[in-house]
Write a protein that binds this ligand. Structure first.
Ligand code: ZN
Length: 452
């Protein structure tokens, strides 16, 4: 703690500092607040909050950002990011992963627990949480492991992770499925005490032994071991029933099949506490793209069929699937540039997610930008039990926001970015839009599309 002398925040230096911290965003459109582009307004940020919203705002000394033609979304929140630290800093670090997140318009990410060591103790989740604060690009909310070492045998210390400085509320063995129904039941029961949620990577391990690609025409044609939809759907159905039985909260990670969406729709119709996410890649790509055996398209769960993609989009649009989550899964070059069967599962996604959703959901007329704000910020923050994130843009709210140019001409995605890894499946693909700026509690983390 530093001692502040009396009147210290009233001297000239203090006033300058306050003015530097103020930003006036001019001529921006807040989706949901009238037709896109028809009602430009100004937003004044100060003291980490939204100080004022309205046309023609003036504030002497504030830094001005001309946002003509841009839309303002509440800062994006990712429920599913693999930051790889500790243990796999060759693939990603908290510093590089959160820089990628900020460039993609994110102000908060949930860091998955499958690190080395796994985030299964208060010590490791606090370490990740502190690394996030040091990096400062966005908030990092650690996810705790459900089982010790993600081994699926014994429950991890969920309570001590919840009580730690990281205040963990989401628990997941992601990368692996909690396949033992009794362990899953116990975990769901345990987190009720502190309003936690179990995020399940739904994959029956027995039905997917050696599986490589969605089981269907493509896997048969390519001679790759099939990954049946039922391996995902059976676990989701079981877990919905378990969540209902114990009265607890289930979140389904990366839903990839039409059948999964149908089961979740059914569970929600019963009033059960079930939420779900879909990845950008499952909203845009199908298993057809694997025809050239390029392992950049190898992912868990696998890319599915056109019919699945269509249903996932519909389910996201009607709210059956609550949100978009990236499942950003960076891997070093040697893990991906090898034979299909040997290659690691996973794709990067933080830097392209909003543009992919623009293409898959907005260009198709399935969601408007207010809907995107809901599915990529408001709902994921609620599911992740985050405070100070995911709030619709309004006076008094936190100054976490993303400025996006929806009219930016479509540009080919490049492999190079802030992420340490290059395994983006969208490389070379022309995607619309551009993240122009990101603000975290009133401070820019990205300006003019570059780290601030
Ligand atoms: Zn997963």
């Amino acid at each position: 703690m530093t001692a502040a002398g009396p009147g210290m925040d009233r001297d000239n230096t203090g006033i300058d500092r306050e003015n530097q911290a103020r930003w006036l965003i001019r001529g921006v459109t807040i989706p949901g607040d009238g037709e896109l582009g028809s009602r430009a307004t100004d937003i004044l940020l100060g003291g980490g909050s939204i100080a004022a919203v309205g046309a023609g705002l003036a504030h002497a000394g504030a830094r001005v950002l001309d946002a003509d033609g841009l839309i303002a979304l509440p800062g994006l929140v990712d429920l599913h990011t693999h930051l790889r630290e500790p243990g796999r800093e060759d693939a990603e670090t908290v510093e590089t992963g959160t820089a990628a997140a900020a460039l993609g318009g994110y102000t908060a990410v949930h860091a998955m627990a499958n690190t080395d060591p796994a985030a299964d103790t208060a010590g490791v989740v606090e370490q990740v949480w502190r690394l996030g604060r040091t990096a400062g690009h966005c908030d990092v909310q650690p996810v705790g492991a459900v089982t010790v070492g993600l081994a699926g045998a014994r429950l991890a210390e969920l309570g001590t992770m919840a009580d730690s400085a990281a205040r963990v509320r989401v628990f997941s063995d992601d990368g692996r499925c909690v396949s033992d129904p009794l362990l899953m039941r116990r975990a769901l029961e345990y987190v009720k005490a502190f309003d936690g949620v179990i995020a399940q990577h739904a994959q029956d391990p027995r039905l997917t032994e050696g599986a490589q690609l969605n089981e269907g025409e493509m896997s048969a044609r390519l001679g790759l071991a099939g990954w049946p939809a039922v391996a995902e759907e059976a676990i989701i159905a079981r877990d919905c029933l378990l969540a209902a039985h114990v009265g607890s909260a289930l979140h389904v990670c990366h839903v990839s099949t039409a059948g999964s969406a149908e089961i979740i729709r059914w569970a929600k119709s019963k009033g059960w506490s079930v939420t779900a996410e879909v990845t950008p890649h499952h909203l845009l790509l199908t298993d057809e793209i694997a025809a050239g055996y390029d392992p950049v398209f190898k992912v868990n769960p696998p890319l599915r069929t056109e019919a699945d993609v269509a249903e996932l989009r519909r389910a996201l649009a009607d709210g059956t699937i609550d949100c978009v989550a990236t499942d950003h899964a960076p891997h070093p070059v040697e893990a991906k540039e090898t034979e299909w069967a040997e290659a690691a599962f996973g794709m990067t996604g933080l830097e392209t997610a909003l543009r992919v959703v623009h293409r898959a959901m907005v260009d198709t007329g399935l969601l408007d930008w207010a809907g995107v704000a809901d599915r990529m910020s408001v709902r994921p923050a609620r599911i992740g039990r985050l405070t100070g994130q995911g709030a619709p843009l309004a006076v008094g709210g936190p100054a976490n926001l993303t400025l996006y140019d929806p009219a930016a001409p479509a540009e080919a995605v490049t492999r190079a970015g802030a992420s340490k890894s290059r395994n983006t499946p969208f490389a070379g693909m022309e995607l619309p839009g551009r993240v122009v700026a990101t603000f975290l509690r009133g401070v820019p983390t990205v300006l003019d599309g570059k780290l601030a």
